[in-house]
Design a protein around this ligand. Structure first.
Ligand code: EPU
Length: 431
């Protein structure tokens, strides 16, 4: 315990969530699409951009490497008045993982790119070997000096077949961003299939790129000489969608989410239906309604690359499974250290038997309000789910993690009837 003054979320739980909310654009689509602006000298406009810290930090990074932009009202206007090049300060690169996405486009456009070690959530080793092996296959030389990666391709990039050791999401995006301006054909085999990859490819094709089969195991890219600007709307955030659906289920609520793509959340929707939640899709396939009034039962979950159950929803569903009847196992198979939320969930009363990457959850245990701290974006969201299901008042610290990835989760939950507010720092004790 230490004396600090930092803001926190105060939540009084056991309020049943009801009503409807609209979902924001996807964080993990906004980041690669912003990086794509480096590939053209024409203006671009991105819409449905979530106002989150990671987006703001990447915009700062892009400013350092020559992209001017304005962000207001969910839209980013990108103009090009300067030459692209150079590198952001290392502290800025360390603010988020997606800072490394400047490498592919700068390398393709200018023949040189450099970036300090990227940061982001501390949820595992998160190496960069998939990105670097791909850049090498395209003809770049790579050097790492004091944690900084420098890539050079003075004679330009050349298309190649690249077989990824692992279907890394940012790795696939970085290689797409490089290959669109490489000479000839590139094939990315064992590519990530997440919807955010398809969203990026759609934007790049709108700029004149020739990408086919994005969203499948093997993506084909025929390089072009130049790209134009783009007008592009981001897909809805499937992780925000999932967090809200799980929150609704944890409070036995009845909630409708508007403006979503249910096909991006199939693994979650199947699990919710399996445990006893009534899941319905709107006639236009753009709404999801969940009603969790009936008894809910345990299940097992494996977090996997898309289309498997999203690792980003592993922590939130763990919080939900503490509140259902029976024994569940949640197996995290993407990141080796994404379980920091378990100790905090125990403070609410969770009965979780440690099992490394596959803890066993025995439910239901009645939760009472607790003072807890989130240490990554989705772990903090899981603590919110727990507090919504807890009797009495909870305080959640670490809200800066939440602000990196959710545009306004507390506001959306309040609109659904939750008793939640962010309070300014008090000179008090925090966990
Ligand atoms: N990996 C390697 N080598 C690499 C890259 C990754 O071995 O070169 C391994 C990682 O260590 C990890 C696995 O591959 O075990 C998956 O990592 P991946 O590269 O796919 O993750 P990422 O691209 O760094 C993105 C999201 C994450 C999300 C993961 C998995 C962004 C900005 N981040 O990260 O989102 O968890 O994909 O779906 O798109 C979040 O939003 O909270 C978040 C952490």
């Amino acid at each position: 315990m230490s004396a600090v003054a930092e803001s926190f979320l105060r939540i009084t739980g056991l309020r049943r969530l009801t009503g409807e909310v609209t979902v924001n654009g996807a964080k993990n689509a906004a980041l690669p699409c912003l990086a794509a602006a480096l590939l053209s000298d024409e203006p671009s406009r991105l819409t449905r951009v979530p106002d989150i810290e990671d987006v703001r930090r990447l915009i700062d990074i892009l400013t350092f490497v020559g992209v001017d932009s304005e962000f207001a009202g969910g839209e980013v206007f990108i103009s090009h008045t300067r030459e692209c090049g150079g590198a952001p300060p290392d502290e800025l690169a360390a603010a988020l993982r997606a800072s490394f996405l400047i490498m592919g486009p700068l390398l393709a456009r200018t023949g040189q790119a450099s970036c300090g070690a990227p940061g982001g959530d501390v949820i595992g080793a998160r190496p960069l070997d998939v990105h670097l092996a791909g850049f090498r296959a395209l003809g770049a030389q790579i050097e790492t000096v004091g944690g900084r990666t420098i890539a050079r391709a003075p004679r330009g990039l050349c298309g190649a077949t690249i077989v990824l050791d692992y279907p890394s999401v940012l790795g696939t995006e970085n290689l797409l961003l490089a290959a669109v301006l490489a000479e000839g054909r590139t094939q990315i085999v064992n590519a990530a299939m997440e919807p955010e990859i398809t969203c990026l490819a759609d934007m790049l094709n709108g700029m004149g790129a020739r990408i086919s089969n994005a969203g499948q195991h093997t993506i084909t890219i025929d390089g072009v000489e130049r790209l134009s600007g783009a007008e592009h709307e981001l897909i809805p955030d499937r992780i925000e969608t999932g967090t809200l659906l799980i929150s609704a289920a944890a409070t036995r609520g009845d909630v409708c989410l508007r403006g979503v793509h249910p096909e991006h959340n199939e693994a979650l929707l199947a699990k919710l239906a399996e445990i006893g939640v009534d899941v319905r899709l709107g006639p236009n396939q753009l709404d999801i309604r969940v009603d969790a009034d009936a008894a809910l039962y345990a299940t097992n979950v494996q977090a996997l690359p898309f289309p498997g159950f999203a690792t980003d929803l592993q922590a939130p569903i763990t919080a939900l499974l503490t509140q259902v009847q029976g024994t569940s196992i949640v197996h995290e198979r993407v990141f080796e250290n994404r379980m920091q939320h378990l100790d905090e969930l125990r403070k609410f009363g969770a009965n979780i038997i440690a099992g490394g990457a596959a803890p066993v959850i025995i439910g239901p245990t009645p939760f009472s309000g607790a003072m807890v701290r989130g240490s990554d974006i989705r772990g903090t969201a899981a603590l919110i789910v727990a507090a919504l299901a807890a009797a009495g008042e909870s305080r959640i610290y670490g809200v800066e993690h939440l602000a990196r990835g959710y545009a306004d989760l507390p506001g959306q939950l309040r609109a659904l009837g939750a008793d939640i507010e962010q309070l300014p720092g008090l000179d008090t004790l925090s966990p």
